[in-house]
Write a protein that binds this ligand. Sequence first.
Ligand SMILES: [Fe+2]
Ligand SMILES: [Fe+2]
Length: 300
Amino acid sequence: MRILHLSDTHVNGAGQPFPDGVDARGCLTRMLGDCAGVGPLDLVVLSGDVTNDGSVSGYEFAAAAVGDFARAHGAAQVYCMGNHDARSSFGQVLGSGHHGVDGARLGTPMPSADGERAAVSEVAGYRVVTLDTLVPGQVHGWLSDAQLAWLGAVLAEPAGRGTVLVMHHPPVIVPGNPVHRAVMLRNASMLADAITGSDVEVVLCGHFHQQLTGRLGSATVVVTPGVVHRIDSLALPRSERAVRGASATIVELGHPESPVSYVLSGHDPRSGEVAYEVSVSEIMNELSGLEGPDVPSRRD
Ligand SMILES: [Fe+2]
Ligand SMILES: [Fe+2]
């Protein structure tokens, strides 16, 4: 199984650039163009923050761009919810978030009274599960008891070749990073319990906009950098510095060394230019004051 893992496209409905000049639609279009020669794929994953504003037209733009690319490479497509996404418009445009090679909607959605967008499908003999870690109005993630129970039931029966989990908020962090700790999946240990003893091989996440790998139980967690920008790890731990330049990750399953992953860096001529920089203390203040539906100006 060969996967192109994208995340954090942050496209918006109106299509205008962000105040810092970053053009999210242009970033996605350019990154997909850069990936044109990447070779055959089984699956294209977009692991949340598909849109920045939850707009229907933002989802339509992303679905058209990613859909055309996936079909050209013989790949299915899977999308999951991020903290910037909206469940209603996500469902209106993307359905369960699982699409076949022909673009037809696949996937069995989890029944949810709260409208959570979790679903499961089969791609190339693997079970692919998307989870919805959104906490409306907040930057951190959480998996509801209902989703954890549903996941446990799904995983009770082993899949043909193994299971791929896709979710926005990482359950692993850079040790000692206070921002990661504040905005991660807060009930990571409950997810670890849910997948222990199962055939989950890899967990694909976004949200941090920086490359990171770690372990959750017996599974490998792969966090891919953002498409809209990447976080410059050289600025940590003093500040969060976002720099221009899209990235994606190839994940290869089914080899003796798997899961193997490697980052693809796009050819943005302005790559490395600072988009914004915020001190860690400012971020922590902003997060501690976040009580209502407002979201920070940052694009985590
Ligand atoms: Fe996010
Ligand atoms: Fe993001």
